[in-house]
Design a protein around this ligand. Structure first.
Ligand code: FMN
Length: 197
């Protein structure tokens, strides 16, 4: 095994967080994007799949985050698990996930979530709750007894990592960061840094 393998460490930290009784939603990650007019935004999304191709979440491609990522694929993800004194920051480049992976994931979702994806235009302001529910009812009726196909405006976004930072808060306000960066030949290197917080 490669000594400098951030994905292996990422996997180990995620499992530790998942198995810890005081880490709720270990796969919740804060996604930061930059818009066309250079405004920075962040929001929580859920990590659903990961491998060397990247870290994948699923979303509406018309949402603000997806539009930001089309203009500027550079983004960061942050997992914050204060109850185990750990954080992970991943910086990388976003692209749409292959359609068969999005199809598979959509197919496994509960029917209500599939209908929700058909009915909603995420991030768009809707005039009233009634409007939203009317639309959901309409879509539900139109698809009664039918298998629901993934709409083209919904699917995965995969962040191909360029950098992983594994941060541990130690005693006396000292923080250790293990920083992994990949070079253009796809070779990872690692440095450790300590600082006061
Ligand atoms: C715990 C949690 C998990 C979420 N997971 C997702 C997700 O996986 N995909 C998604 O599109 N939105 C998810 N959301 C909603 C987003 O945080 C956000 O409100 C929404 O996607 C619109 O963001 P945007 O307007 O910046 O695109 C989640 C919200 C919470 C609180």
């Amino acid at each position: 095994m490669d000594d400098c393998n951030p994905l292996q460490l990422f996997h180990e930290w995620l499992i530790t967080a998942r198995d810890h009784p005081h880490v709720p939603e270990c796969n919740a990650m804060r996604l930061t994007t930059i818009s066309n007019d250079l405004e920075i935004s962040n929001r929580v999304v859920l990590l659903k799949e990961y491998d060397w191709k990247g870290l994948t979440f699923f979303t509406n491609f018309n949402s603000n985050k997806a539009l930001d990522l089309i203009c500027n694929p550079n983004c960061s993800l942050e997992f914050n698990w204060p109850n185990i004194s750990r954080r992970i920051i991943v910086k990388g480049l976003a692209s749409q996930t292959e359609s068969d992976i999005s199809d598979n994931y959509f197919f496994r979702r509960p029917r209500e979530s599939q209908l929700g994806a058909l009915a909603s235009n995420q991030s768009a302001i809707i005039s009233s709750r009634k409007c939203l529910l009317d639309n959901l009812n309409k879509v539900t009726q139109m698809n009664a007894n039918k298998e629901i196909k993934r709409p083209s405006h919904w699917g995965g976004i995969t962040i191909r990592p360029k950098e992983f930072i594994f941060i541990t808060s130690l005693k006396s306000k000292i923080q250790k960061s293990e920083i992994y960066k990949v070079d253009p030949n796809n070779v990872w290197s690692k440095i450790d840094e300590w600082c006061y917080t």
